[in-house]
Write a protein of this length. Structure first.
Length: 117
């Protein structure tokens, strides 16, 4: 029985899931899109929208502090902050789009492309 077990575990323990989350977010902010499975995107989207909402609603110092914890790279942090403040002023939703790409050959998992609008 799956009583009181919430969220997606992705076949990983807690530390591996957090590493996956950070690396996927880093790649998304660095390149503007990622191509991954639908399940990983469903796991990633709530955290991504949390970070993007903070970027557009909080002050510059709070936003950059949160991004610096995520990326550990001040150059990338300042670039991301400047681009998102210019691109999405005062938006709270609708930052991303998810497009199905193909089914993976090995396990027939649906691959999707997650990108910014």
């Amino acid at each position: 029985m799956r009583h009181r077990i919430a969220g997606k575990h992705l076949g990983r323990n807690h530390n591996e899931r957090q590493s996956l989350l950070k690396s996927q977010l880093h790649s998304l902010f660095l390149h503007g899109f990622i191509q991954t499975t639908e399940t990983k995107v469903q796991f990633l989207l709530p955290e991504l929208h949390k970070y993007l909402r903070v970027l557009t609603t909080k002050t510059e110092i709070e936003s950059q502090r949160l991004l610096n914890i995520l990326f550990n790279d001040r150059g990338l942090t300042s670039r991301v902050y400047k681009s998102f403040v210019e691109t999405f002023p005062k938006m709270t939703v609708g930052f991303t789009k998810v497009e199905p790409v193909k089914y993976r050959i090995g396990d027939n998992a649906l691959m999707v492309k997650l990108s910014f609008v």
